[in-house]
Design a protein around this ligand. Structure first.
Ligand code: TXA
Ligand code: MG
Length: 332
């Protein structure tokens, strides 16, 4: 058994290592694991000390609540209060890249610190087989933000986690690159009107008619007025500046500056950039999402002076990609 404070080992996500990871989580240690979206920094959500360790490892402001990961909707119902809308959406999209914000269940065992004191809770049943096997083996809710330092680019490979958070985790389960590559869609169903707080692979169109009218939240505002006039916190983690690479980002530009790299999209790539990485040469948005954070990590490591990005169509997954690029470009 490794001690919990040694530098993290990245280990292939074999059945044996998944069981070891589950044991570490139950003992209060932090474990990084792959989901279909990005790697998560997991801790036992019912353990205040483990949750505090997550905030510390990320350098995250503690008012920013964590997503609680569970192995099934039945398990999610022990921590969150589902209504008919929530059950319908969950039946269609879980397991998968969708997080639901719901009222906390009565007797919810999740640490209040994980929820940053909110009366709501964000829950998700991930579809990645390694995440699923791990959550089954732990048998407890697992709090897991993306496994990066607060404000930095999300990790889509085990190496990204090792480079940034290596010392803080007892084990990194390596399940290869994350297939979706962008964090889950966050849908708030805690109020009367459904509100999309963070765009992701499950699009507004996919959420469909089950929820009635769908408000599109301005997630960077952090608060919205409730029907009774009170202000409530909305996706408070969606600060304007987020996912930020070290090099400054310029959006939708085709005119190179000295030393600047290009994050391209499609076949028609302009000349003159110091380095070009293409999100998708065929203009495929799914491929582009899967490559987005890995390409930002690569360009950051290459030490380019800046990153220009080509325009991405504002449809389907393109909305989530543009949302992340705008936040990556924000410098406040
Ligand atoms: O794909 C994902 O969702 C990844 C993987 C690991 O599951 N996790 C992730 O977690 O992106 P994180 O902590 O980086 O982002 C969680 C977002 C934050 O913007 C947070 O503010 C919001 O969800 N959130 C969490 N609880 C909330 C709540 N009760 N009400 C509103 N927003 C909430
Ligand atoms: Mg994050």
């Amino acid at each position: 058994m490794p001690s919990h404070d040694e530098t993290a080992r990245a280990a292939p996500a074999t059945d044996e290592n998944i069981l070891e990871a589950a044991g570490l989580l139950r003992a209060g240690a932090l474990v990084a694991f792959p989901t279909e979206t990005v790697y998560g920094l997991g801790g036992d959500a019912t353990d205040d000390a483990a949750v505090a360790a997550i905030f510390e490892a990320k350098g995250r402001p503690s008012f920013n609540p964590l997503i609680i990961h569970l192995s099934s909707r039945e398990a999610a119902e022990t921590v969150a209060a589902f209504d008919e809308r929530a059950r319908a959406v969950a039946a269609r999209h879980w397991p998968g890249p969708l997080t639901l914000v719901l009222p906390r269940a009565r007797d919810c065992p999740v640490s209040l610190l994980a929820g940053a004191g909110l009366e709501t809770i964000a829950v998700r049943v991930p579809g990645h087989p390694v995440a699923h096997a791990l959550l089954n083996a732990v048998g407890r809710p697992v709090a897991a933000p993306s496994a990066n330092r607060s404000g930095a680019v999300s990790p889509t490979r085990a190496e990204h986690v090792a480079a940034e958070l290596g010392d803080a985790v007892a084990l990194i389960l390596d399940g290869g690159p994350c297939p979706v590559g962008i964090e889950s869609t966050v849908l708030d169903l805690s109020g009367e009107t459904a509100c999309l707080l963070r765009p992701g692979a499950v699009t507004a169109e996919d959420i469909g008619t089950e929820v009635g009218a769908l408000e599109i939240g301005d997630v960077s505002e952090g608060v919205r007025a409730r029907d009774d006039g009170a202000q409530i916190l909305r996706a408070p983690g969606q600060l304007a500046s987020h996912y930020a690479p070290k090099a400054p980002l310029r959006l939708g530009c085709a005119d190179p500056r000295p030393g600047e790299a290009l994050l391209a999209f499609g076949a028609d790539v302009p000349d003159g950039f110091a380095r070009v990485l293409n999100l998708s040469g065929t203009g495929d948005l799914t491929e582009a999402a899967a490559n987005l954070f890995a390409h930002l990590h690569t360009l950051d490591e290459a030490g380019v002076s800046g990153i220009a990005t080509m325009p991405i169509p504002e449809v389907g997954l393109g909305r989530a990609i543009n949302d992340r690029l705008r936040r990556a470009a924000a410098r406040d």
